[in-house]
Design a protein around this ligand. Structure first.
Ligand code: SME
Length: 173
């Protein structure tokens, strides 16, 4: 069993909070190689650590329709089930392989409004250890301009550790 995770004990400073959260995620996921379990755990811990996060989860590359994302583990209100590559923010990130921060979703051409309360978002590409795109991490906020470069760096680091490193190799001493 993992030790209890208490988001209240994380630092108020955002960069510190991401660093501490990374350590918690590593501890909880150590030795667990199942990808669904890893995605569900990352989504849960991120949503618990940041109350600005209104919808936090993964859209996974569909193995049967490789130019389409299908919803994966998430925390939040009902999300769209499928997003084609190139559509909305998630689809743009799946196509480009680059993270995107959108300060006001209404200004993003083709934005998909799964929930009209969503005002800003950040989407991070998720790669496997071989470098193949397997998913995107989508975090939406009900506040405008809720995300900045500190969020991008923090989320990219967590995603890189959780999905682009070999999960069978324990990194804890
Ligand atoms: N915000 C996403 C759509 C998915 S959800 O809002 C859960 C997008 O435009 O890609």
């Amino acid at each position: 069993m993992p030790e209890a995770f208490s988001p209240d004990s994380l630092s108020a400073d955002k960069a510190d909070r991401y660093r501490e959260l990374m350590a918690e995620v590593r501890s909880v996921l150590d030795g667990e190689s199942n990808r669904v379990a890893r995605m569900a755990t990352v989504a849960s811990m991120l949503a618990a650590a940041f109350d600005r996060f209104f919808w936090t989860g993964f859209y996974v590359v569909d193995q049967e329709k490789p130019a389409e994302l299908v919803v994966g583990p998430y925390q939040g209100t009902l999300g769209c089930l499928r997003i084609a590559f190139g559509r909305g923010v998630c689809g743009a990130v799946a196509q480009s392989g680059q993270s995107l921060i959108v300060e006001d979703v209404e200004t993003f051409p083709g934005h998909i409004a799964c929930d009209s309360r969503s005002r800003s978002e950040i989407v991070i590409p998720v790669h496997d250890p071989a470098g193949a795109l397997i998913a995107v991490l989508d975090v939406d906020s009900d506040r405008l301009a809720a995300f900045d470069a500190i969020d991008r760096e923090g989320l990219e680091a967590i995603v890189a550790w959780a999905f682009a490193t070999d999960p069978s190799a324990s990194t804890l001493s």
